[in-house]
Write a protein that binds this ligand. Structure first.
Ligand code: SIN
Length: 328
């Protein structure tokens, strides 16, 4: 190869991989949310820590906003080696395992601390390995927060949702949850939600305050109910093959950096659950409703039968452990 061709091919490596050093291990981290969200901040922090600790050996490239893969495609791409890290919502693993459906059961966790206790316990930890037979490995959980309901009409009692079309993540539990109140659930990619709401192709959606704020859903929904009816958390996942291919002196450094980034992301999640809600209220673009105790009890009563519907698939012991985590 002459000098010119060598220079051109070196530039091509830089362009394709973002690194000039062919010996560097490249970790592509794909996610679908904005950078100013708990997960976006966690991913960027992880890249920064790796740069500090493993410069020249490992490089992390973060692709936010579904730029590289949607959550529908990312796990397949991971198994093909096209991406090394992702953190899909726990609702998006249904094709790979049924136990994670526990996290979608409506009104299961009273708050994020209860979720944290369950995830740290034996059942939660075992679930990180529930994808192993499919070639995937959970490296840790990360919080986003509890979900809220939004629509163009006020949702104060379950009958207010009747006949409404709601976008949901790809989870059969979420299908059952919305069907339990007579609504029409539609599984759609996150990237499509704003346009579906804006064009009124759908009537509503459920999401966390940080997602509703960062993707501007509140600008195209007249009402949001502070329902805290469900959970949106993540599993940071990699392919077992990639993880095992990492040199023994590199793998623990990567894991420690990820654990540290997750802790920071969790703090951000906690803050944003309050601050993004407040920003939405202050914007005046939508009306935020708080349920009375009686109204909330009606939603619980309508949606709770979903638990029994999925008890066999999930395992009653797992549901019981999740319920027990509500007690400090
Ligand atoms: C995410 O937080 O990663 C996206 C959640 C969604 O699809 O609604």
């Amino acid at each position: 190869m002459n000098k010119f061709k060598m220079a051109v091919s070196a530039l091509a490596i830089v362009a394709v991989t973002g690194t000039a050093n062919a010996a560097e291990i490249l970790i592509k981290f794909s996610h679908v949310v904005a950078e100013n969200t708990p997960k976006g901040i966690m991913a960027n922090k992880f890249a920064e820590l790796i740069e500090q600790r493993l410069a020249g050996k490992v490089k992390v490239q973060v692709f936010p906003n579904g730029q590289l893969f949607s959550d529908q495609k990312v796990l397949e791409a991971m198994l093909l080696g096209d991406v090394q890290l992702a953190a899909p919502s726990l609702s998006k693993f249904g094709k790979y395992t049924s136990v994670l459906q526990v996290y979608d059961l409506p009104f299961l966790f009273k708050d994020i601390d209860a979720v944290g206790r369950f995830q740290a316990g034996p059942e939660g930890q075992a679930m990180l390995k529930s994808l192993e037979s499919k070639g995937l490995l959970g490296l840790g959980y990360m919080h986003n927060g509890l979900k809220q309901l939004s629509a163009n009409n006020a949702l104060l009692k379950p009958s207010d949702a009747k006949g409404n079309k709601f976008r949901i993540m790809s989870s059969n539990v979420l299908v059952a949850q919305f069907e339990s109140v007579g609504a029409v659930p539609l599984k759609k990619p996150y990237a499509e939600v704003f346009t579906l709401l804006q064009t009124r192709a759908i009537d509503g959606q459920e999401n966390t305050w940080s997602n509703i704020y960062s993707k501007k859903f509140f600008e195209v929904q007249d009402h949001i109910t502070n329902s805290n009816h469900g959970l949106l958390d993540y599993m940071v996942v990699t392919s077992s093959e990639f993880w095992e291919s990492l040199p023994d002196d590199i793998r623990p450094v990567v894991k420690t950096a990820l654990d540290e980034a997750i802790l920071i992301g969790n703090d951000v999640a906690r803050d944003k659950a309050q601050s993004d809600m407040q920003k939405i209220i202050d914007s005046g673009r939508t009306t935020v409703h708080t349920l009375t105790d009686e109204q909330r009890a009606m939603w619980v009563e309508a949606m709770k039968p979903v638990w029994a519907e999925f008890a066999d698939e999930i395992g009653q012991d797992i549901i019981d452990a999740a319920v027990a985590s509500n007690i400090e």
